[in-house]
Design a protein around this ligand. Structure first.
Ligand code: AVI
Length: 320
């Protein structure tokens, strides 16, 4: 009852501060203006994203959690008990809890760029699972990295849920999977959540919810630019637009200028035509075969895939 709580070990890789200003200014002068989706996630954006995950129209989170609950024991068998488990972009480490009991890993290594959030979550998890050695790594997992002393080169299990792989361009996704393969090493496996191609109406509804939360999430990017980069976007003059692009196999999110207007950011002026868009996100959807092919091209062998009865979402186990 009065045991000393187990403390996580922190490894701070000191990720490069993000280049928000450079990325926004260079994105705003492009022919098709664009800003990378990673900039959605300031404090308000992260809160709005959590709200998106609870929306009736946003099926991915709920469906993936259902799969982890239903098939967790089988997934754990593939991953192998007593292994070292690495999670990419662990956030609050909520989904991993569904696997930890079945998996009983010797160690859990959450990797996340958001230092405070990572440290808080790791501390809670270490208390809840005293038998698991928690090593929290503050790093940008999209950049090359090596595991801490004692973990590199051992057979590991990787976990990358949420279909975040869909926010990379396919070629970037392949390169990212190659880097994960190198990091985990041969004999390892990866459990990865991937959103599936499906009826277009369902996709469009998921990114155009009736409560307008996704619109607020998209527009918050302009608010963040106003606050952090001395911008003067008038949020009422821009409109959320999300649509499945069947030719590219992706949902695109844009912010559409409702009128001809000039906007200033960091002292630079940008002229928007009425109807002109700022492209803020791609969310690629894959068939099972398309994703298996992508994974194979990065050196993984597809071993098993779990889907829900409606084929909304997939969780793949890939091995090296
Ligand atoms: C984080 N990512 C997988 C989400 C997605 O569905 O692409 C981000 C999101 N954008 C709008 N709604 C949710």
């Amino acid at each position: 009852s009065n045991q000393t709580p187990r403390e996580p070990v922190f490894h701070d890789y000191r990720p490069e501060p993000v280049r928000f200003r450079e990325d926004v200014l260079s994105g705003l002068v492009k022919n098709q203006r664009r800003i990378p989706p990673k900039y959605f996630y300031d404090q308000t954006g992260s809160r709005l994203f959590d709200a998106i995950c609870q929306l009736p129209e946003y099926y991915p989170t709920r469906t993936e959690i259902g799969l982890l609950k239903q098939y967790g024991a089988e997934m754990a068998e593939y991953m192998g008990e007593g292994s070292v488990l690495v999670e990419f972009g662990s956030g609050s480490s909520l989904k991993i809890r569904l696997l930890l009991n079945a998996l009983q890993p010797a160690a859990y290594l959450p990797i996340d760029i958001s230092r405070e959030h990572l440290f808080d979550s790791a501390r809670e998890l270490a208390e809840e699972y005293p038998l698991v050695a928690v090593h929290a790594i503050c790093a940008d997992y999209t950049r090359p990295l090596v595991l801490p002393e004692g973990f590199a080169g051992k057979p590991n299990g990787g976990f990358f849920p949420g279909s975040s792989i869909g926010n990379f361009e396919p070629e970037e996704a392949r390169q990212f999977l190659e880097r994960i393969a190198t990091l985990l090493g041969s004999g390892s496996g990866l459990l990865i959540g991937v959103d599936l191609k499906k009826e277009i109406a369902l996709l469009n509804a998921a990114y155009n919810d009736s409560q307008g939360i996704t619109a607020a999430f998209n527009l918050n990017l302009l608010q963040r630019i106003n606050r952090e980069l001395e911008g003067n976007f008038d949020l009422a003059s821009f409109e959320h637009h999300a649509l499945y692009n069947a030719a590219e196999g992706r949902v695109e999110m844009h912010l559409v200028s409702r009128k001809k207007q000039a906007v200033t950011v960091s002292g630079q002026v940008f002229e928007f035509q009425a109807g002109e868009t700022l492209h803020t996100e791609n969310s690629y959807k894959y068939t099972i075969e398309e994703f298996q092919q992508l994974a194979s091209s990065a050196g993984f062998q597809p071993r098993r895939v779990w889907t829900d009865p409606q084929d909304l979402f997939s969780v793949h186990y890939l091995s090296l």
